[in-house]
Each structure stands twice: as C-alpha cells, then as structure tokens.
Design a protein. Structure first.
Lengths: 591, 84
C-alpha cells in the first residue's frame, strides 16, 4: 500500500479514537468541564500534560532547530523542561490545595481584588491566543503535507475535531484524548529515531547512540564537528550566541513554562496535593523521552546531510533528496556551474523561502529565482529533520503515515488545552466572576460550551489568516507568562506580606516592560529601526530572553510597593497558611 | 495543627526546596551554560561533558529531582501527619 493510503487509514483510526473518547467522557457539570471533576490519576494527568505541552513545533520542529543550531539549541531543551521543576516545587502542589478552577481565580482571591483578576484574565487570554494561532496553523500544515489537501482545508478539519471533544467533554474529554494522543505521538517519534540510531551507530538507544562511534570508529559528534569546521561552520558542539543571552533565554523559557495557564490548570485535575507533585514528575518524564531523543535525531540528521550532499554531483544524489525538492523543502542552485552541491555557511537564498520558477535546470533540478550571492548552494527547510527520517532509514510506508498521525496528535492536543483556557477565562473568570455571579451551574456549563465554540472559531480564523508576526509571538507568550504569572503566584504562596498593591503594580510593570522590549526589538513596532538592532539590545539580551528581566522587574517593584501599603487582611493570610499545608485538599472547592 | 508546628513543617519544606533548586541551577545554568567551556575539556565517551549536560544530563537530573522531591515531601507529610 502507498504512503497516502496508509496515512488516511492511520489518521482516520486515531481520529475515530479521539472522537470515541470524547463521547465516552462527556462533562455533566462545570467541575467536570473545568477540571475533569478533579478525579484524574497522577499518571493519566502526567501523560495528558506531556501531550498538552508538546506541540507540533516540539514534534516536527525542535529536532530541526537543534540540528541547524547545535549547542545553541540547548536553550530549548533545558528551557522547556527545567520549568517543570519550578512547577513541581513552587506552584503545582499549592495551587492544587487552593483548589479552584483557574489561574485568575487564584490571583483574584489571593490578592482580594477584581483588578488583579482582570489583569490576570487579560494576560491569560493574550498568552493563550498568541499560542493557539500557531497551533491551528500547524494542524493545517501537517494535513497539507501528508494528506495533500489545502492548508486551509486542514485547518477546518482540525477545528471540527477539536470542537467535537472540547465542546462535549471540556477538560474531561481533553484529558483522556490527550492520553491517547501522547501514546500516538511518542510511538511515532521514537520508532524512526531508534532505527536511525541503529543505522548510524549500531546502538538502538538514540540518547546513547549520538555519543557513540560510527562504523569508522570515529565518535559521531567529533566527526560532525570536523565536517562543519572544515567547511567554515562553527563547530556543532560550540555555540554562536553569547553566554549571557543563552542564560537569559533559557531562564525566560523555564519561567514562562511555569507560568503558562494551560500547563498550570492541568494540576487542578488530580485528587490530592501529593498527586499534583507526582504528576508533575510523570509529566516531565514523558516529556523528557522526546526531549532527550530530539538532540540525537538532530545529530544523526545533520551528519547524514553533510556527508550525503557536500560536493556530491546532483545526478548521484539519493532519491529522498529529489522527493523533498519536489515539495519545496530543499532547493539547489548550481552557482559555480560544476554540477555538484556545495553546502557552506550563509543563506543560499534571499528571503526566507525559495521561490520556484517554471522549468528545470541543467541537471533536472527545480529552478529558483531568489538565489543569493553566497557560495552556499543548498537551501534546506529545518522541518525536514524529522519528516525525512523514516525514508532515510528506509522504513516501511506505514511508519511514515504514523509520523503524520503523530504530528497531528501533537498539534491537536496542544490546541485543545489552550482552547479550554480561553473558554474558561470567558465563562468562569469573566461572566461568572465579574458579571453574573448568580447563574446556575447548568447555565455556566452552557456558557462554557458556547465559549469553547467561539474560541475554536477565533483560533481557526487566526489559523487561516495568520497574523504576520505569528512566528515571533511565541517569544511574547513565554515572556509575558514569565513576567506576569510566575512572580505573582510565587509571591502569593511564599510571602504572606505581599498585598494587592504590590502584586498589581508588579504584574503591570513586568508586562509593560516585556511588551515594550519585544515590540521594539522583535516586532519593530516602536522606536527607530536604526537603533533597534542586536547591537542596541540592553545588556546584550535578545527579545526571547527578556522575559527574565521582566520577571525580575515584577519581583522588585512588587516587593518595594507592597511595603508602602498595609499587609493583606487576616482572611487572606489564612488562605496562604492553608495552602501551605497539603491535607484537606479533598475536592476542588465548589463556589 | 498548631502554629508552631505549621512553622516547623514549612521551614523543613523550604529547606528541601533550597537544596533541590541549587542542584537544579547547578546542572543547567552552571554545567550547561556558565561552565560549559571548562567542562567541554572533559569527555564522557563521545560527548564533551558540558555539551552533554546542556542537551542530556540536565534533563535527566530535572526528572530525578522532582521524584526525590515527591519522596521527601511524602515523608515530611507523614511526619507531621498532614498526609492524606
């Protein structure tokens, strides 16, 4: 059977499973809709958190980013895992004990202020919308690549599936579909990785394989460093970013991870405080399986690429090369007219994507109109690192189809988690808490469902008409989460003295300075472009790493301002005392 | 649970947090970033040690740290009878 048929079969089966789970796990109360009834086992919650966390970008993109940035890629590996230690130790157990439904719930109650709640709701909505727009686009791209449909059609299909289980089951439906999605995505990621590792080094464990030697007895990493320095690249195991910048980016990603609402609310779904701690451990374990494999795939793929293509005549290139050339992920221009591929530092093209034109070159290659003047002749899209793996390893068609299902599982699970945060923010934090506190549970559930529909529509709209800045807004999402939620929650738990004045000014200051910095240096919306280059960065910190500074500003301002106002009322200090003691979490508090 | 006992429980909790977070900082920001060049002169099989910490070791330690924390806290909860 061909790849196409297999893809339809496997994707069809997985979708049927997701929808089946959605019907089985319908929510009948707001508590089930918001926190899955608070009865999810730590193991299931760990699996669901891992699927929620790992997006299409983690599944398809991360190995590629690392393959083409070497040591610098470590910021993502450490940044997107280390945050779970902060979550487990500083946030999850206490928020679970607090026992309500959302992050703005905590901020609003702990800081006894609807202003604080509103700031939190706005930040939660903003962070989640920026994040989900990219996910819906990701769903469309995966569909278009594997099933040969238009990207927009892919977005519509994805919207329908997510809508189905988000509408019916809320958090309950999402949790159990995410468990299934984790299984699909990790299997799809690991099988090709294991085969590639065996091919490259004879070791079936990729994590060990990329530290082993190939058939020639040379360690793989040494060989790759050698190949790269010889051609004028920086050695793979050395970085090009400054140490300061690596430090700040890693910190911003960790703090942002710990402050992302769609991750935090997952810990409201387990029965007890000790389950919250344990499920953070499981979540990181399941995430680590993929995150420690990705750098291995990166090394195998980069070495393979360098060895296969450099100075190879185009006519002798393996078939996977021309296949991916057909899809536009690879492009070659014979700049020096020798018929061989030169793969050197520098961009092979002007702009971000190759522009293909009619007709073929002398050797049958596709022609492009935007070749650059550098000596580098080869354009390679980073996504190819994971996509081309099964073919390079010569794996059967059904495994290639499985990778498609894995990519879709990753994109759908993350999108669903984010959509729940958006709908909960609207129905619970805005309507129930601010406008209509007296509505019945049944009515609130209906509003939550309608909010989910609305959120899917808006996310779908952004998926079809992606705002130009989508790629850069992920930096914004993490920066804002790091500079607003993380400090506000940590101080709410660890400082009894922190009052609403301190917390609110801290959050606003952190949000403002981070937004300003990213708007100026990343999006170019404010300030003179002449003075907004990398040389003008404050302390050499890139916009991606600035969330760390925003977090420090938030802490500093909050601590200073809080001293000028009276301590929180007795009842609030009691809340703090209470969340520090694990016993009595029982059920999530109804209200 | 009286106030003095609560305070003691919280102190012990904070002590655990401090120790675990120091290790958390050391393996990632220390070994993986600030000291990476020095550690790269040491080899672990085919890996340079600093590079290994940045792309593998730190993640393993993170996972272990959380499970150690779970164990420590479960014991502490039992000791102060605040377990469920």
């Amino acid at each position: 059977m061909g790849i196409q048929t297999w893809t339809f079969i496997i994707v069809g089966i997985t979708f049927a499973i997701y929808i089946g789970i959605a019907i089985w796990s319908r929510a009948s109360s707001t508590k089930e809709f918001y926190v899955a009834g608070g009865g999810v086992s730590p193991l299931a919650n760990g699996l669901a958190t891992a699927a929620d966390w790992m997006s299409a970008a983690s599944f398809l993109g991360m190995a590629g980013i690392i393959a083409f940035s070497g040591y610098d890629g470590s910021v993502y590996l450490m940044g997107w895992t280390g945050g779970y230690v902060l979550l487990a130790l500083l946030l999850a157990p206490y928020l679970r004990k607090f026992g309500k439904f959302t992050v703005p719930d905590f901020i609003g109650d702990r800081y006894y202020s609807n202003v604080a709640r509103t700031v939190a709701v706005i930040a939660a909505l903003f962070v989640s919308f920026t994040y989900v727009a990219g996910q819906m686009r990701g769903v469309g791209v995966v569909f278009s690549r594997f099933l040969d449909v238009e990207v927009n059609t892919g977005v519509y299909i994805g919207m329908t599936v997510v809508l189905f289980y988000a509408f019916l089951g809320g958090m309950k439906g999402i949790t159990y579909t995410q468990v299934a999605q984790y299984c699909v995505l990790i299997f799809a990621f690991m099988v090709p990785a294991i085969f590639i590792s065996i091919m490259a080094t004879g070791n079936p464990i990729p994590q060990l394989g990329f530290g082993s030697a190939g058939e020639d007895g040379v360690f793989l990493l040494d060989k790759l460093d050698g190949l790269m320095t010889e051609l004028g690249f920086t050695a793979y195991t050395d970085g090009t970013k400054s140490t300061t910048d690596v430090f700040f980016i890693t910190a911003a990603l960790m703090l942002g991870t710990a402050g992302l609402p769609h991750v935090i609310i997952r810990f409201f779904t387990v029965p007890k405080v000790k389950d919250a701690r344990k499920s953070a451990g499981y979540a990181l374990l399941f995430i680590a399986i993929l995150y420690t494999t990705a750098p291995a795939i990166a090394v195998f793929a980069r070495t393979n690429l360098m060895e296969t293509v450099e100075d190879t005549p185009y006519q002798e290139i393996p078939s996977w090369f021309t296949k991916w050339e057909d899809t536009g992920l690879i492009a070659w221009t014979d700049k020096n007219g020798d018929g061989k591929i030169q793969y050197l530092p520098g961009s092979a093209i002007d702009g971000k994507k190759p522009v293909f034109v009619q007709g073929k070159g002398d050797y049958g290659q596709r022609r492009i109109s935007n070749a650059s003047t550098t000596a580098n002749e080869l354009y390679v899209d980073r996504d190819i690192t994971v996509l081309a793996n099964p073919e390079i390893a010569g794996l059967p068609n059904w495994i290639i189809a499985l990778v498609a299902a894995g990519g879709l599982a990753a994109a759908l699970s993350t999108a669903a988690g984010l959509l729940l945060v958006i709908s909960t923010s609207i129905s619970h934090d805005l309507i129930k808490k601010q406008f209509a506190p007296d509505i019945s549970d049944k009515k609130e559930l209906l509003i939550a469902r309608l909010a989910a529909v609305l959120a899917v529509m808006v996310a779908g709209y952004f998926g079809i008409h992606p705002p130009g800045f989508v790629a850069s807004v992920v930096a914004l999402a993490f920066g804002l989460a790091a500079s607003s939620f993380f400090p506000a929650i940590v101080m709410g738990i660890f400082s009894k003295r922190m009052n609403r004045e301190g917390a609110i000014t801290g959050m606003i200051a952190g949000l403002a300075i981070t937004t300003y910095y990213i708007a100026r240096f990343k999006l170019g919306w404010i300030g003179d472009p002449e003075t907004s280059t990398a040389d003008d960065w404050w302390f050499g910190i890139s916009p991606e790493g600035f969330g760390t500074v925003g977090m420090l500003v938030n802490f500093a301002i909050a601590l200073v301002v809080s001293r000028f106002y009276s301590a929180p009322p007795e009842s609030v200090q009691e809340i703090v005392e209470n969340i520090r003691i694990p016993s009595g979490a029982g059920d999530a508090v109804d209200h | 649970m009286d106030a003095a006992l609560r305070k003691k429980y919280w102190r012990e909790n904070l002590k655990y947090l401090a120790i675990l977070l120091v290790i958390w900082f050391l393996v990632s920001y220390g070994f993986g970033i600030l000291l990476v060049d020095e550690l790269n002169t040491i080899r672990l099989g085919g890996f340079k040690l600093g590079f290994w910490f940045a792309q593998q070791g730190s993640i393993y330690v993170f996972v272990i740290l959380i499970f150690i924390y779970v164990r420590l806290m479960n014991k502490l909860d039992k000791k102060y009878k605040v377990n469920e």
